[in-house]
Design a protein around this ligand. Structure first.
Ligand SMILES: Nc1ncnc2c1ncn2[C@@H]1O[C@H](COP(=O)(O)OP(=O)(O)OP(=O)(O)O)[C@@H](O)[C@H]1O
Length: 631
């Protein structure tokens, strides 16, 4: 939580009153035992079990001790024990909550199931259960209350970790080879801190009430020590003689419990408001029967790459369905296709970042000389961490918002090259300079939200350059940017590619963008590659789908009074693809032959298309209009 949010929470009248009360209680907890500690222990045989008098405002107990002083002195013990129990609850909850992210899938599920089971038990029942196990006394009660609250806290952590784990910056850290524990400590926990702070505050109030309950039942603090719960129990025996003896500790418990809970609620409101504000700103047949020979200079070689997900009604769907893709060293390849054609999943599968539920298979997958399939996550991170760099679509979510940009960049070399903090930061500044971020020294110390969109995207590219990547995968890197910044970023990618010799895979739904940067275009439709074509041969595209994509790009000569060309129909759902050619239902040339699925076949040197009726007539296409005259 930032300073602004604390200030906003305290501006709220309820939050201000709660915070004021907590300050008073904290002062009492420190001062009361020092000032009145001895006086509260003094017995007065002449004033046993008295009601209110001028000497003893709230009366005395059975040994003649002043009740008001005892209630004031008990503040330290009551609050201390409640906070200790809260700390145990938070620590145990966080550990249980992040375990599923640290352990493998099966062990993680077991922990989740155990936590869910424990959450189903009422908290007080669990506390009593633990109190019996740990024994009667303050220590047992602290452990009992702390552990009884842990399951619900763990569930909160699990839910929040799961939400954050899907963000691009976590994927970026994973692809950079950041280990699980560092990932949790640096990227996951800091970003779920807000709900945890709110719940810990509310939990402190609950712990205070539970503690008073256990002490009242005789299971908590034992004599001669005393807390509010114990005083309440003693006072209740004489409630008809001196009601104040029971009411005073009762009021203290309620006031302190309310103060914690209301402060937590006020913080929750402020956090909620900010969250709203943030949102308003802006087994099929193989494609190729035989595995082709790997090209010796290939930095990426995928054959029959498939990504499957369990289908809702049983079975599997294959959004990526037998992709064959080769990218040579230093080459720039564009992957295009409509939304849902499987471009991003192909890239994620290559970088070993496919979602957990995905099942990735391939007859061959080699990335920078490494065959990642079948290896453990740690091995893949070790082997590929510095060789593959990812640039994601949304530069806002590609960075961890709670870490300075320079530190995030530096993390790559600190993890992989065991570089010292200073040297890593110096390299981060150097890379920011390389990608033309102005004033890189100052910028390195800023947070991602202080960067503009284009600058964030350049910083993302700089992150990829912290080591020497052999393959840079850029997934829609310019979609969220305006046209001018888009050009700058594309030009930068091109320069970086020329300087480092890295191969670049650029994913886009916009064939014009791909044509600006790439040497070769791979066109995907319904999870498969339907055409591979050098960019200078786009005018001789053979597949009707590629030709339709090209025809839908407007140029300066496009008649503005006529509707823009579109491709009729919709791509098929991965769970319901037609037999044979998936494009046939939208294709004007389809006939009976298209009931059988075509494989990729050469139509010209370096050009292959998966079509029974490849077109040979040159398109009436001013390539400059498509390429924008090359960036
Ligand atoms: N986690 C998932 N679970 C189930 N199906 C998924 C999952 N992620 C993606 N898919 C399926 O994979 C298909 C292809 O997704 P992918 O993100 O690769 O498409 P894309 O071509 O990159 O499109 P876009 O340009 O919209 O990102 C989606 O239409 C969806 O049906």
């Amino acid at each position: 939580m930032g300073r602004e949010q604390w200030q906003a929470a305290l501006r709220n009248p309820v939050g201000a009153v709660a915070a004021g009360l907590l300050v008073v209680l904290a002062i009492l907890a420190v001062v009361a035992p020092i000032v009145w500690g001895d006086a509260a222990e003094e017995t007065d045989p002449a004033a046993l079990s008295q009601g209110s008098t001028s000497e003893h405002v709230l009366g005395t107990d059975t040994l003649g001790r002043d009740i008001l002083l005892r209630v004031l002195v008990a503040t330290r013990y009551s609050l201390g024990l409640a906070l200790l129990a809260t700390a145990i609850c938070v620590v145990a909850g966080v550990i249980l909550g992040v375990l599923p992210a640290v352990l493998g899938r099966r062990a993680g599920r077991l922990v989740t199931a155990a936590v869910n089971l424990a959450v189903a038990f009422p908290g007080l029942l669990l506390a009593l259960f633990f109190a019996v196990i740990f024994g009667v006394g303050a220590r047992g009660a602290v452990l009992a209350i702390g552990l009884a609250g842990a399951p619900s806290f763990a569930r909160l952590v699990q839910t929040n970790v799961a939400a954050v784990a899907g963000r691009d910056y976590v994927a970026a850290a994973r692809v950079a080879g950041v280990g699980r524990f560092r990932l949790i400590a640096r990227h996951l926990l800091p970003n779920i801190g807000e709900p945890l702070v709110v719940n810990a505050t509310v939990m402190a109030g609950t712990a205070l009430l539970s503690f008073a309950g256990l002490s009242f039942l005789g299971l908590g603090v034992q004599p001669p020590a005393y807390d509010w719960g114990r005083l309440l129990g003693e006072g209740l025996d004489r409630i008809y003689i001196n009601p104040a003896a029971a009411l005073a500790p009762g009021v203290a418990v309620i006031v302190a419990g309310l103060a914690f809970t209301l402060l937590g609620e006020s913080i929750a409101q402020v956090v909620g408001v900010r969250a709203v504000r943030r949102r308003t700103v802006p087994e099929p047949a193989p494609q190729e029967a035989a595995v082709a020979e790997a090209e010796p200079d290939a930095v990426l070689a995928a054959d029959d790459l498939r990504v499957a997900f369990p289908a809702p009604g049983g079975g599997w769907t294959h959004p990526v369905d037998g992709v064959r893709l080769t990218v040579r060293r230093g080459e720039t390849v564009g992957i295009v296709g409509e939304s849902g054609s499987g471009k991003s999943l192909t890239a994620l599968a290559v970088a070993q970042l496919a979602p957990d539920a995905a099942h990735v298979t391939a007859q061959r997958l080699e990335v920078a000389g490494v065959a990642p399939l079948g290896r453990t996550g740690a091995e893949v991170r070790e082997l590929l961490g510095t060789k593959v760099a990812m640039v994601f679509q949304d530069p806002m979510t590609s960075f961890n918002p709670s870490m300075r940009v320079g530190r995030q960049l530096a993390e790559v070399t600190r993890v992989h090259e065991r570089q010292g903090r200073r040297a890593a930061l110096a390299r981060a500044v150097d890379r920011l300079r390389t990608v033309r971020v102005p004033a890189p020294e100052r910028r390195a110390h800023q947070y991602p939200h202080e960067f503009s969109g284009g600058m964030r995207q350049r910083a993302m590219i700089a992150m990829g350059l912290m080591s020497t990547p052999e393959l840079i995968i850029a997934d829609e890197p310019t979609t969220a940017l305006d046209v001018t910044v888009q050009r700058q970023v594309l030009r930068l990618l091109k320069d970086v590619q020329a300087d480092t010799g890295a191969a670049v895979v650029l994913i886009s739904h916009d064939i014009a963008v791909v044509a600006q940067l790439c040497e070769r275009v791979v066109v995907m439709y319904a999870g498969r590659v339907v055409e591979e074509v050098p960019v200078e041969r786009l005018g001789q595209a053979a597949h009707p789908y590629t030709r339709a994509l090209l025809a839908s790009v407007p140029d300066l000569a496009t008649d503005r009074d006529r509707p823009l060309a579109t491709i009729a129909g919709r791509p098929p759902d991965p769970a319901d693809r037609p037999e044979g050619c998936a494009f046939a239902p939208r294709c004007e040339f389809a006939d009976d032959a298209c009931r059988v699925r075509p494989g990729l076949a050469a139509v010209a040197p370096d050009q292959r298309a998966a079509c029974w009726h490849p077109r040979s007539q040159p398109l009436n296409l001013a390539l400059d209009a498509v390429t924008g005259g090359q960036a």
